[in-house]
Ligand binder design. Structure first.
Ligand code: 13P
Length: 244
């Protein structure tokens, strides 16, 4: 399975930065064996999609509403993301779960909306540091998967331990491999053979210097990159470490 290296710009980037990242990516990505995805803030999706048109690099959103349209001031529907040039959408990121109180049920509803609009959902799960210290990471991630993934889910799962996001800390390689094997088992049990073919991304302090080790682990289908995706050279450095 080709790995997917996805960049989550979070709430960063104005027009000038978008061109400064997407332009170099367009040229630097030629000949890479992995798939690349860039998820800028919603205001920049159309612009980044224009810059990357024909490059093979996909563009995604960072969230969508569960409803197709209506009286939801400030929200963005999955169809709007698609209309702006997105093919993917990140859903249930721990920052949205924390900042906006998104429950597993909300994430599941958004996932269904994304699929209905023809977007590939990237559903995020991951334990807090307290969960990890207490040894309940599998129970927490298992419950998030059970609640967030709709029946027949077809998309991407991203495992992002909350304590590894933006901290420079990562789980050990053994811990990442164990969690990805656990998630693979959950997907296979829930979805049958289709669950064996879904990508499971690792996210949390992925950098060029640790990417080869992380991307070399079994059941790691790529990376969801935050901070390092704001620098084209760093993002490409991670992509060069990925499996074709
Ligand atoms: P960092 O790569 O900055 O740790 O962020 C990870 C993340 O949250 C990607 O969605």
């Amino acid at each position: 399975m080709r790995q997917l290296i996805a960049g989550n710009w979070k709430m960063n980037g104005l027009t000038e930065q978008a061109a400064g990242i997407a332009g170099p990516l367009r040229h630097g990505a030629e000949g890479l064996g992995c798939d690349l995805l860039v998820c800028p803030p919603a205001t920049l999706i159309a612009r980044v999609a224009d810059i990357l048109a024909g490059s093979g690099i996909a563009v995604g959103g960072q969230d969508c509403h569960a409803k197709a349209s209506g009286a939801h001031t400030g929200d963005i529907s999955a169809a709007m993301l698609r209309d702006a040039g997105a093919s993917h959408v990140i859903l249930g990121h721990s920052e949205r779960r924390a900042d906006h109180g998104e429950s597993d049920a909300v994430v599941q509803a958004k996932t269904l909306a994304a699929i209905a609009a023809g977007l590939t959902p990237i559903v995020c799960v991951g334990e807090t540091e307290a969960d990890r210290v207490a040894g309940r990471q599998n129970a927490v991630v298992g419950a998030q998967l059970a609640g967030s993934l709709p029946d027949g889910f077809a998309g991407v799962v991203a495992y992002e331990p909350v304590w590894a996001i933006g901290t420079g800390r990562t789980p050990t390689e053994a811990d990442v491999a164990d969690m990805h094997a656990f998630i693979r088992g959950v997907l296979a049990a829930r979805l049958g053979p289709a669950g064996s073919g879904l990508r499971i991304l690792y996210g949390g302090s992925v950098k060029p210097s640790n990417a080869a080790a992380l991307m070399g682990l079994p059941d790691v289908g790529g990376a969801l990159v935050g901070g390092a995706s704001l620098n084209a050279e760093d993002f490409l450095g991670i992509a060069r470490a990925a499996r074709a």
